[in-house]
Design a protein around this ligand. Sequence first.
Ligand SMILES: NC(=O)c1ccc[n+]([C@@H]2O[C@H](COP(=O)([O-])OP(=O)(O)OC[C@H]3O[C@@H](n4cnc5c(N)ncnc54)[C@H](OP(=O)(O)O)[C@@H]3O)[C@@H](O)[C@H]2O)c1
Length: 431
Amino acid sequence: MKDTITVGLLGLGTVGSGVIEILEDHKESIQHKTGCDVTIKTVLVSNLTKPRDIDNTSTKLTDRYEDITQDPDIDVVVEVMGGIDHTLTILREAIENGKHIVTANKDLVAQHGAELFEASSRNQCDLFYEASVAGGIPIIRSILDGLSSDKIRKMMGIVNGTTNYILTKMTKEGVDFDSVLKEAQELGFAEADPTADVDGLDAARKMTILSILGFSMPFNLEDVEVKGIRGISLADIQYARQLGYSVKLIGVAEHDETGVAVNVEPTLLPVEHPLSSVNDEYNAVYVYGDAVGETMFYGPGAGKLPTATAVVSDLIAVVKSLRLGTSGSAYVQPQFPKQVKEKKDQLTKKYMRLHVHDQPGMLMELTKIFAEYGISFDQIIQREADKDDERELMMVTHQVSEEDFKRAYNDLESLSSIRSVDSVFRVEGSN
Ligand SMILES: NC(=O)c1ccc[n+]([C@@H]2O[C@H](COP(=O)([O-])OP(=O)(O)OC[C@H]3O[C@@H](n4cnc5c(N)ncnc54)[C@H](OP(=O)(O)O)[C@@H]3O)[C@@H](O)[C@H]2O)c1
């Protein structure tokens, strides 16, 4: 049995430097838990001339990934560099050379997880990725282990800290989307190119991973319907409050006898719902299981030490299975064929905000169109709009299928009284 497990680290940025810090600061406790030393031999970076706060005597920096993938001394590769195609090439080679993998890379796991799991199983290697969803929250282990005896019906996640920070600021300070985004970029909470965050792609990748694990079906990113937060106005947030809701970017994955639907979209949640109180850059995942009922996992979704905690915990799991001789046995293939719900079976409540021409019978005309598809309203508020002859309507439907809602929505165009439909959001958690 080895006394020392040797690690190759890919990336020494925010998370990579946190991994080194935790391995140093918690050295004794990690030794106690694993029964051996864990040392980082080589670190891959792209710029060797950048000043680094790292002990060069025991750890070598390189810009050649082969120094890690082809080093027979290295047992485990910890990937915290990000990226997709080039990183995939590196991890493929590492796995084929028998290295165990820990990664924080949701982009890679969501897009190429199936291939990497197949390769690692074939090579009796472990592949863990706890940090890829919700940073410091141990949600993957909770689903795979803690809730493994249950049947998960629904998962709802605030899994993108940037958008949650933006929506919290808009709600609490009444600042519009563009100004908050700019401030978030200046503070380093949002990327210079915020597309993946604000357009919902980052959350969709995480919901893909959670759906594969929660429902044991081989989903991919294309199965997720995605709508980001760019279209959200302060007016929507304020009216939602009047109706008793908060506005959050929520990933919803639900499973019933008609299949699974996975959506990421701006969603109205009752203010008393536990996810409504998840603010700023925090993440949370709400899981509903047949037997356990409601559970919620809350914590920091990103950041140097929270994310590195998840990475190092995965590393400890790899080391334990290496020492027990059980490497490569943790991965279980999805058990069921993919079953994606049809639109007619996707039932939700909807919020709509629209400007209408203020004329007698207008509301009746409008509700008649929805009634033709069996859609009724739970809440309606109206107020005078800025223009004399206009009114603004905010409406929340009862449960409606996506298909019927779309048909009714299309029929609205035939009404001369409709000036504009300003927003349509999902409503969750109140049925
Ligand atoms: N930051 C978080 O809070 C967080 C949370 C959850 C998951 N993650 C995931 O963790 C990963 C790393 O994130 P991060 O924030 O730590 O990134 P980062 O701060 O940008 O660091 C990236 C590191 O990887 C190196 N690198 C990048 N591309 C490379 C290449 N082609 N060849 C060699 N080295 C390369 C960089 O080298 P140089 O130092 O030379 O530039 C840098 O050290 C990403 O997959 C991210 O999605 C991050």
